[in-house]
Design a protein around this ligand. Structure first.
Ligand SMILES: Nc1ncnc2c1ncn2[C@@H]1O[C@H](COP(=O)(O)OP(=O)(O)OP(=O)(O)O)[C@@H](O)[C@H]1O
Length: 259
């Protein structure tokens, strides 16, 4: 299921503005990679290029390659809708469809992909996705209640269930815990560690402890000055990045001297 991602010479633009320059990065399957760095250095922008969400913004474009198991996502023959099925995304604020039932929220992505299902198949998928997102026991008796009836942490797990229901290979998470309390945050972190047995996970986080707790590898982005593009300064095992990074700017950031 899970896939290796190989980013080669990636440059990312919003119109004339270059937001990110020259990223090269390999992301191993069944691992969690955390992207850290100060505000505005391009972490979220970079993340969105991994499932071609960047280009939905008018004028936004990329140069370079993103290979998933050796297939370039940016090959002109590739359908971006297919890419987004393969590479799912979970956003900062839980965004279930508020009036839609919990069960229909889980199925929303699958239905968008025009898959027709028998009702028994649909209910199996609802259950397995909610189990996969560690939410089943909390909601199994109220699947027809609206998504908005859940707490913030439950809503975020519902969004994770919706993302995994389409059976992606890669999961991108853009600050998935920033709107959550500490207990819900720990639940999502535990879930991420379980999910990496099946998926390749890339997470943007401002929370350094979170990066240290959950990720196998950490990439540090930085920018020299406002208006300059962000760059990947270094990427290594999380242990090395937090103990003996090779760049002084990484050490300064991690030790809280700036950012
Ligand atoms: N839709 C957009 N149009 C134009 N410029 C944008 C857009 N989104 C982001 N940018 C610019 O691209 C640069 C990188 O922004 P991005 O949000 O990727 O940074 P970030 O590291 O994720 O920041 P944060 O940690 O604050 O979320 C910034 O200069 C930002 O202003």
């Amino acid at each position: 299921m899970s896939k290796r991602i190989d980013v080669r010479d990636l440059n990312i633009y919003y119109g004339d503005f270059q937001a990110v320059a020259d990223v090269n990065m390999v992301i191993e399957p069944r691992s969690i990679t955390a992207l850290i760095g100060p505000s505005g250095c391009g972490k979220s922008t970079f993340l969105r290029t991994l499932n071609r969400m960047h280009e939905v913004i008018p004028g936004a474009r990329v140069e370079g390659e993103v290979l998933i198991d050796d297939h370039n996502l940016y090959d002109p023959k590739v359908d971006p809708v297919q890419v987004r099925r393969l590479v799912g995304m979970v956003f900062q604020r839980p965004n279930p469809f508020p009036t839609m039932s919990i069960a229909d929220n889980v199925l929303a992505g699958v239905k968008l992909n025009n898959r027709k299902m028998k009702s028994s198949e649909a209910s199996d998928l609802v259950e397995s996705s909610l189990r996969g997102a560690n939410l089943w026991n909390e909601v199994k008796d109220r699947l027809d209640r609206p998504g908005s009836s859940l707490s913030g942490g439950q809503q975020q797990r519902l969004c994770i269930a919706r993302a995994i229901a389409v059976r992606p290979e890669v999961l991108l998470m853009d600050e998935p815990c920033s709107a959550l309390d500490p207990i819900s945050t720990l639940a999502i972190e535990d879930l991420m560690i379980e999910l990496k047995e099946k998926y390749t996970i890339v997470i943007v986080t401002h929370n350094m402890q979170q990066a240290a707790r959950v990720s196998d590898r950490t990439g540090f982005f930085n920018l020299k000055a406002t208006g300059e593009p962000g760059r990947l300064v270094e990427i290594d095992t999380t242990e090395t990045m937090f103990s003996t990074p090779s760049q002084k700017e990484t050490e300064d950031y991690i030790s809280g001297r700036f950012g």
